[in-house]
Design a protein around this ligand. Structure first.
Ligand code: AMP
Ligand code: ZN
Length: 135
């Protein structure tokens, strides 16, 4: 499969992998938003998080928790971001969690603009649709 993250998992493409277990790896983002910006990914290929099952996500969570403890032992805080599909900013279609260490005064801003007004009707419609989706 022509997936850059699968190639990193298989050591076909170099990356700064600093954590590895049977199910996950963690490595430094090559275009970091901040010092220590880490990507935690499952070894198995899933395009988006909804394609995973509970056991697979549990296993990935273990790695995310370990890396989180490491980062929080060094940095002042951390953002965790996980994008699904291009519309949400996903550039690499292999599930990954961004763990971005934050340092006091780093001046880095991350967040959504809340300029779009969401009406109660729109949210009601969302909740109605959710009932029709099997979850
Ligand atoms: P996303 O936009 O959520 O899909 O994020 C993809 C991230 O993967 C970006 O932050 C990239 O800088 C990072 N990235 C892409 N290719 C590599 C690579 N070969 N090694 C390390 N990081 C990568
Ligand atoms: Zn992959």
């Amino acid at each position: 499969m022509d997936c850059i993250f699968c190639k990193i998992v298989n050591k076909e493409v170099p990356a700064e992998i600093y954590y590895e277990d049977d199910h996950a790896i963690a490595f430094l983002d090559m275009n970091p938003a901040n010092v220590g910006h880490t990507l935690v990914i499952p070894k198995k290929h899933f395009e988006t998080i909804d394609k995973m099952n509970k056991i697979e996500l549990d296993k990935l969570s273990e790695a995310i928790l370990k890396i989180s403890k490491g980062i929080m032992g060094i940095a002042d805080g951390m953002n965790i971001v996980q994008n699904n599909k291009e519309v949400a900013g996903q550039a690499v279609p292999h599930v990954h969690f961004h763990l971005v260490p934050r340092y006091k005064g780093d001046g880095y801003s991350l967040g959504w603009k809340r300029e779009k007004r969401v009406t109660k009707e729109e949210n009601d419609d969302f909740l109605k649709k959710l009932k029709e989706v099997k979850i």
